[in-house]
Design a protein around this ligand. Structure first.
Ligand SMILES: [Mg+2]
Length: 99
Protein backbone atom coordinates (compact mmCIF):
# COMPACT_ATOMS: atom_id res chain seq x y z
CA UNK A 1 0.00 0.00 0.00
CA UNK A 2 1.34 3.46 -0.80
CA UNK A 3 0.22 7.04 -0.76
CA UNK A 4 0.26 10.15 1.36
CA UNK A 5 -1.71 10.73 4.49
CA UNK A 6 -2.12 14.11 6.14
CA UNK A 7 -2.22 13.97 9.96
CA UNK A 8 -3.28 17.18 11.67
CA UNK A 9 -3.13 17.47 15.45
CA UNK A 10 -1.65 19.94 17.92
CA UNK A 11 -0.53 17.06 20.13
CA UNK A 12 2.88 15.72 19.18
CA UNK A 13 2.11 12.45 20.92
CA UNK A 14 -1.01 11.90 18.83
CA UNK A 15 0.77 12.85 15.60
CA UNK A 16 3.56 10.41 16.41
CA UNK A 17 1.13 7.68 17.35
CA UNK A 18 -0.82 7.86 14.09
CA UNK A 19 2.34 8.33 12.04
CA UNK A 20 3.91 5.24 13.55
CA UNK A 21 0.94 3.03 12.72
CA UNK A 22 0.37 4.34 9.21
CA UNK A 23 4.05 4.29 8.29
CA UNK A 24 4.18 0.65 9.32
CA UNK A 25 1.73 -0.19 6.50
CA UNK A 26 3.80 1.73 3.96
CA UNK A 27 2.05 5.07 3.85
CA UNK A 28 3.89 8.35 3.50
CA UNK A 29 3.03 10.79 6.27
CA UNK A 30 2.67 14.56 6.25
CA UNK A 31 2.08 16.01 9.70
CA UNK A 32 0.76 19.45 10.62
CA UNK A 33 0.24 21.20 13.95
CA UNK A 34 -3.03 22.94 13.08
CA UNK A 35 -5.30 23.77 10.16
CA UNK A 36 -3.19 26.65 8.89
CA UNK A 37 -0.04 24.54 8.98
CA UNK A 38 -1.91 21.75 7.16
CA UNK A 39 -2.98 24.01 4.30
CA UNK A 40 0.55 25.35 3.95
CA UNK A 41 2.00 21.85 3.84
CA UNK A 42 -0.44 20.33 1.37
CA UNK A 43 -0.12 23.23 -1.06
CA UNK A 44 3.59 22.54 -1.13
CA UNK A 45 3.02 18.85 -1.84
CA UNK A 46 2.82 17.33 -5.24
CA UNK A 47 0.84 14.20 -5.81
CA UNK A 48 -2.45 13.22 -4.37
CA UNK A 49 -3.35 12.81 -0.77
CA UNK A 50 -5.12 9.57 0.05
CA UNK A 51 -6.80 10.77 3.19
CA UNK A 52 -6.69 13.38 5.93
CA UNK A 53 -6.94 12.62 9.65
CA UNK A 54 -7.67 15.72 11.65
CA UNK A 55 -8.19 16.87 15.19
CA UNK A 56 -10.80 19.56 15.88
CA UNK A 57 -9.44 21.67 18.74
CA UNK A 58 -6.22 23.28 17.60
CA UNK A 59 -4.72 26.78 17.79
CA UNK A 60 -4.63 29.16 14.78
CA UNK A 61 -7.09 27.20 12.65
CA UNK A 62 -9.36 24.47 14.01
CA UNK A 63 -10.36 21.26 12.26
CA UNK A 64 -13.80 22.51 11.19
CA UNK A 65 -12.25 25.47 9.39
CA UNK A 66 -9.61 23.26 7.80
CA UNK A 67 -12.30 20.93 6.45
CA UNK A 68 -14.35 23.84 5.13
CA UNK A 69 -11.27 25.23 3.34
CA UNK A 70 -10.47 21.85 1.81
CA UNK A 71 -14.05 21.40 0.61
CA UNK A 72 -13.95 24.79 -1.12
CA UNK A 73 -10.91 23.69 -3.13
CA UNK A 74 -11.66 21.60 -6.22
CA UNK A 75 -8.48 19.57 -5.62
CA UNK A 76 -9.63 18.50 -2.17
CA UNK A 77 -13.42 18.59 -2.31
CA UNK A 78 -13.56 14.77 -2.47
CA UNK A 79 -10.63 14.04 -0.15
CA UNK A 80 -11.67 11.47 2.47
CA UNK A 81 -11.41 13.07 5.91
CA UNK A 82 -11.58 11.37 9.29
CA UNK A 83 -12.10 13.54 12.35
CA UNK A 84 -10.27 12.25 15.39
CA UNK A 85 -11.41 14.18 18.40
CA UNK A 86 -12.36 13.78 22.02
CA UNK A 87 -15.35 16.08 21.49
CA UNK A 88 -18.39 13.98 22.24
CA UNK A 89 -21.30 16.39 22.29
CA UNK A 90 -23.95 15.74 19.65
CA UNK A 91 -23.54 19.28 18.29
CA UNK A 92 -19.83 18.67 17.72
CA UNK A 93 -20.60 15.53 15.74
CA UNK A 94 -23.24 17.38 13.74
CA UNK A 95 -20.84 20.21 12.95
CA UNK A 96 -18.28 17.64 11.80
CA UNK A 97 -20.75 15.98 9.45
CA UNK A 98 -21.90 19.35 8.13
CA UNK A 99 -18.31 20.25 7.24
MG1 LIG B 1 -6.17 19.20 19.94
Amino acid sequence: MGGKVLIVDDSEMIRNFHSYILKSIGLEIITALDGADALEKIYGTDGELLICLTDINMPNMDGYTLIERLREDSNYEDLPIIIISTEEELQDKQRGFEC
